[in-house]
Design a protein around this ligand. Structure first.
Ligand code: ATP
Length: 291
């Protein structure tokens, strides 16, 4: 299947004078588990809110599951869990399930009820009386009962303790394996997502720094250490450079140096890769200078 779950072209969102997201070009193949990473204020929530139709773009194009978001019925194929876990706190769990049934065309009661039973969450409990981990699990059960083709989770584990995090992630991955839907998860922390995701988007100050399948990213990047005098001859894009006297360390996107070159070549792990992209100087684009 070659369907594209999310495609954006020149996508931008501005709040008054400030661009929260700009020049965003991404293409996420269907079926991926996508990690959306970046520091505070990078634009992660803004991008997610655009994808689920809660915000309208200021500029650019956005297609979700092959359709423009706001002009089609695509949104009933999308489920979204925000940082507050999108629940009515005065409702009982049973009432959340009932509301889901009423509001969603593709709703499957059994999906929600089976998951809640597996997690021992009583249907009579008030949402406000549940622990943070249980609330997150109810939100996930409700989202999965929508039978979405695209599931978006904005920092789903940020407020959870380590055990609740692990449990939520394991339920999520099990559900993903069952349904094959595309999942997008945001976090500040790469290590939190690394084991789960096969596609990565790195945002910083409203710009996409990196967007690709993780295997390809790790294949294409190398850490080189060698003589500073040879740095200008390295093939590929130097993402990050660290000078230490007459020696230099480079993170390079491109071909591996030939055997016999003066470079010591090492693989790069995902956390180091992202850190180097986030600390690399932001490129200045002509429209930013003019704006
Ligand atoms: N409703 C709003 N009005 C004005 N500015 C906003 C609004 N929402 C977000 N912003 C600004 O847009 C930028 C991107 O914010 P966004 O919430 O998308 O980032 P984020 O990566 O999700 O951050 P965090 O990790 O802190 O949640 C920030 O500078 C933020 O202050």
């Amino acid at each position: 299947m070659n369907e594209i779950a999310i495609r954006t072209s020149g996508l931008g969102k501005r709040y008054r004078q400030q661009w929260a997201l700009r020049g965003c070009d991404i293409e996420v193949p269907a079926g991926r588990v996508v990690g959306l990473v970046g520091p505070n204020g990078a634009g992660k929530s803004t991008l997610m809110n655009l994808v689920v139709g809660l915000l309208a773009p200021t500029e650019g194009e956005l297609e979700v599951l092959g359709r423009p978001v706001r002009t089609s019925t695509v949104l009933h194929r999308v489920a979204y869990i925000d940082q507050e876990h999108t629940l009515y706190r005065n409702f009982r769990v049973r009432e959340m399930v009932k509301a889901g049934r009423k509001l969603n065309q593709r709703w499957d009661d059994q999906v929600a009820l089976d998951r809640l039973a597996e997690l021992n969450i009583p249907l009579d409990s008030r949402i406000s009386a549940l622990s943070g981990g249980q609330r997150a699990q109810v939100a996930l059960a409700v989202a999965l009962a929508k039978q979405p083709d695209l599931l978006i989770l904005d920092e789903p584990v940020a407020s959870l303790d380590p055990l609740a995090r692990r449990e939520l992630m394991s339920v999520l991955m099990e559900a993903k394996a069952d349904s094959g839907c595309t999942v997008v998860l945001s976090s500040h922390v790469v290590s939190e997502l690394e084991r789960l995701c096969d596609h990565l988007i790195v945002l910083d100050r409203g710009r996409v720094k990196l967007a690709d399948d993780i295997d390809d990213l790790l294949e294409q990047h190398h850490l080189l250490t060698g003589p500073a005098a040879a740095a200008d001859d390295v093939a590929g894009q130097v993402v990050h450079r660290d000078d230490r006297g007459d020696r230099v360390s480079l993170l390079v996107r491109g071909p591996r140096p030939e055997p016999g070159s003066p470079w010591d070549v090492q693989h790069v792990d995902l956390e180091t890769l992202v850190m180097h992209y986030l600390t690399a100087a932001a490129p200045v684009r002509p429209q930013e200078v003019a704006a």
